[in-house]
Design a protein around this ligand. Structure first.
Ligand code: 4AD
Ligand code: MG
Length: 474
């Protein structure tokens, strides 16, 4: 493979070194004695400046054209960009239409505009580039943590015969060409791989996966997609909820620390700074993005990396705190918090903002608010379950996890009681028949994590081709 721009820039080559780079033209500036062309190959968070000593050389160039360039490195000690390339010669690889303007204009474009108007071209923008690279690096660091902790990466199915969460938000899989059910019965797109992960866990002890999840959820919010990626893990021989929370905390802290150390946070921030400047200069046009500033992104990372361990409070205490805050006029909610009701997103966000801007675990929700598979809290008479939600400021729920019911008979009884299809779940209940073990796990919305860490408000903007109700473009 040929050298990427990032490699040229990061390998600290001395002036005069001959290099060949590829890229797409972003800007062209022609002066009397020189011409400057900025190119990008998407490998890092800046453009690479090409210097032409004969301005006539750029006459045939247009923004958007792809190039192969031969030249030598020039170091620029006085500037923030330490390198440029003095061009010897170049080849145009792919041209652009003469009359049509390049769709990605060189000015501030909101995420909203990019997603709506340029759903395929947006990956060429600096902001989407840095997001996609960050996503890729995040996968690597999360994988690394699991590997170091003896977890086995598994690939559970995406087509299933049951609704794991029992929330009725499943998509049904049908064959275009057959009238009878393709699988002989109903098939669904998975809402969570948890049930299958539990089967894998019963043999492999510690398993994880990062996989798509599908939900026919009609709520149109900045935190919901119909197709999203979920990171899930399941651990055997665990009988304390605390252990699962520590796993989540260890995973996120370690991955974040490493992403910070390897310069990923720096890249995110430098693009943010660039966009903030661009916005001041160009205005934000018709589309306004919900603003998350450079300072807020830093605060989010600090909140996660500092203050150990993360705060843990019970659901009951959370409702107490919310009600008290409202009584004392410290907070105002559209809907007041009530025992027995799910926490609303406004409650989650407020709670998380109270504790040093760090994440907070809310544990032991009432059983009726949670799915059938969760383990009842011992001694609670079935009132609460051994579960947690991890809440973060501005976003709310990032992770949900629990200990699982591991007794065959009790699980069967719960399935009956909540009115789920017990024949469809028999395989799952039977996992408890032979050598059942206490176990637990969690699921984290991957787009929620990424959008939180890069400071992009809407999770639609951190996944390549977002799908939500009435929206399945490209
Ligand atoms: O809380 P949820 O529904 O939990 C489960 O599905 C469990 N079976 C996970 C497990 O224990 N293995 O989903 C887990 C996480 C949520 O906390 C949220 O971050 C994310 O998945 N999530 C969504 N992300 C984007 N779009 C949606 N529609 C989402 N629904 C849930
Ligand atoms: Mg949840």
């Amino acid at each position: 493979l040929k050298q990427k721009a990032a490699e040229v820039v990061h390998s600290d080559l001395p002036s005069g070194t001959a290099v060949t780079v590829n890229g797409w033209i972003r800007t062209i500036r022609k002066h009397k004695k020189y011409a400057f062309v900025n190119i990008s190959d998407g490998s890092y968070d800046k453009v690479l400046q090409l210097v032409f000593t004969d301005p006539e050389q750029v006459n045939d160039l247009r923004v958007g054209i792809s190039l192969e360039v031969n030249g030598t490195i020039q170091r620029r000690k006085d500037l923030t960009d330490p390198y440029e390339i003095l061009v010897d010669n170049y080849d145009v690889i792919g041209g652009v239409p003469e009359e049509e303007p390049y769709p990605l204009q060189n000015k501030y474009l909101s995420q909203d505009y990019l997603r709506r108007e340029l759903p395929t071209v947006r990956f060429r923008s600096l902001s989407n580039g840095v997001t996609m690279r960050f996503r890729s690096r995040a996968v690597s660091e999360l994988s690394r943590y699991f590997e170091e902790n003896e977890f086995i990466q598994t690939h559970p199915p995406l087509i299933t015969s049951s609704d794991c969460e029992g929330a009725g938000e499943v998509f049904t899989v049908v064959s275009e060409s057959s009238v009878t059910p393709f699988f002989g019965k109903k098939g669904y797109l998975t809402v969570s791989t948890q049930l299958h992960l539990e089967a894998l866990m019963m043999g492999l002890s510690r398993v994880w996966t990062l996989a798509p999840a599908f939900r026919a959820e009609k709520s149109i919010t900045s935190r919901h997609l119909s197709e999203f990626w979920m990171l899930e893990a399941e651990v055997a021989f665990v009988n304390r909820l605390e252990h699962i929370m520590s796993l989540v905390e260890g995973l996120l802290r370690t991955a974040l620390r490493r992403l910070k150390e390897s310069g990923e946070l720096h890249s995110v921030l430098s693009v943010k700074t660039f966009l903030e400047k661009q916005k001041l200069q160009d205005g934000e046009g018709e589309d306004k993005d919900q603003e998350i500033t450079h300072a807020q992104v830093l605060q989010r990372w600090d909140g996660m990396l500092q203050g150990s361990p993360w705060k843990r409070i019970t659901y009951k205490h959370a409702v107490d705190v919310l009600q008290q805050a409202e009584r004392e006029g410290k907070a105002r909610f559209e809907t007041s918090a009530e025992y027995g009701d799910n926490l609303k997103s406004e409650h989650e966000k407020w709670l998380a903002s109270q504790y040093a801007h760090g994440p907070i675990f809310v544990t032991h929700y009432p059983s009726q608010l949670k799915p059938f598979y969760m383990l009842p809290t011992p001694g609670s008479n079935g009132e609460t379950v051994e579960c947690f939600d991890l809440l973060v400021p501005d976003l709310g729920e990032l992770v949900g996890g629990s200990l699982r019911e591991y007794d065959y008979k009790r699980l069967k009884a719960t399935i009956e009681r909540v009115g789920m299809d017990s024949s469809e779940l028999e395989w799952y209940a039977e996992l408890r028949k032979w050598g059942s073990v206490p176990h637990g796990g969690f699921g984290m919305g991957f787009e929620r994590l990424i959008s939180y860490l890069v400071g992009i408000y809407n999770i639609r903007d951190v996944i390549a081709f977002p799908r939500w109700v009435d929206h399945c473009v490209c």
